[in-house]
Design a binder for this molecule. Sequence first.
Ligand SMILES: NC(=O)c1ccc[n+]([C@@H]2O[C@H](COP(=O)([O-])OP(=O)(O)OC[C@H]3O[C@@H](n4cnc5c(N)ncnc54)[C@H](OP(=O)(O)O)[C@@H]3O)[C@@H](O)[C@H]2O)c1
Length: 408
Amino acid sequence: MSIERHSTDDHAQEDVESTISRDATLAADVDAQGLDDVPGRPRSALLTGATGYLGGFLLADLLSGTDTVVHCLVRGDSPDEAGARLRGALARHGVDEGEAERVRVVHGSLTKRRLGLTDDAYLELARGIEAIYHCGAWVNLIAGYPALRGSNVGGTVEVLRLATRVRRTPVHHVSTIGVLMTAYEAGAGPLSEDHPLPPPGGVGYFKSKWVAERLVRQAAERGVPVTVHRPGVVLADSSTGLGSASDWFMRLTAVSVRAGCSPSYDFLLSLAPADFTSRSIVELSRRPQAAGRIFHNFLPEPMTLADYFSFVESCGYHVPAVPYPQWLATVKGLDGVDRATVRIAESLPRILLRPRNGVPTYGTSGATAAAIGSNVTPPPLDRAYFARMFAELVRQGELPPRKRTAVR
Ligand SMILES: NC(=O)c1ccc[n+]([C@@H]2O[C@H](COP(=O)([O-])OP(=O)(O)OC[C@H]3O[C@@H](n4cnc5c(N)ncnc54)[C@H](OP(=O)(O)O)[C@@H]3O)[C@@H](O)[C@H]2O)c1
């Protein structure tokens, strides 16, 4: 790399850092002090991200597990298109007509002031909701922080502003375990829920979610009742095997199957099926003792990347571990591999930061488990679970049919 290129990169890096530091201070008008509390259990809520993977599960679980009216912020070229997109999410989750009657579409965007609503519509929404489930975000592990900050940081500010417009509206914020990535890299562990937020690091997406969490914590200091949920890698539904094929981790899996090898990479994955992640969020949101706390919404037992690929092997795909550079070269040499997948493969060292000092685990404290209680039983991530997940990926054409019989 030339010196000139190097200094340009350094400037770009400095710009991002100063933007992050500016963005990480919450606007002064977002303040809940002096506002009234929501009385009792929420009768209606706003959900962001309902058309996405985890948000679709949240929508279905809010409808089946509560009697809340669910207003969903949905993008679209028109209100009709937003409504059609939301009906698609309901259909994917098999929500019945009776429950779907409790759904309202709010045509708007996280990137817009007042979420893109008129003054009147915004005020009506603020008056009408008694909780916010903020799951919407641009989940993109290859875009830079400047591209992601509108949706992930600006969107969080808009959600917090709405939460303080009329009353102290509780916010259930969906963060990510990636906000702790630099502490993981430093090898400091175990990383429990109350570990101090370390400096931001890793890919731009983690940084944008880090800033969002910082803002949410500042809102808490100003009286907004916030609960933070940090999923790890959200995997397929435990009963149907239905996952999100466009998700980075599924792309990594599918391209490794195509390449016939997996990256030998020292990393402990914090995993949970999407249904467990979603139910734990909904269940915790209904527990008064969970308010104001941070939760790690994944299974207590982490899994090494090597063990994960052993499950891929057990489902009939030959993916021996090879050194990361060899795996990357093989992936890049595949016929017809799409650019986004190559960029995810190239970014792996910034997505899965290598711990410098022993491998720390992320804690899911006993308190989390107790708060979730027996209502949400952690499903086993065993051979049968992965068989369902891979069968579904084959059905969707994301994976080739298995090449050989299972070895386990
Ligand atoms: N998937 C994981 O493994 C994982 C792990 C940890 C944390 N999380 C967190 O979980 C949440 C959901 O993730 P996901 O995997 O379900 O993502 P996803 O499938 O990409 O869904 C993202 C959702 O956010 C919406 N959204 C994005 N930008 C928006 C905007 N400007 N205005 C309005 N809506 C917008 C999307 O709407 P459109 O349909 O219009 O695009 C979609 O509904 C995110 O907060 C993510 O950070 C996910």
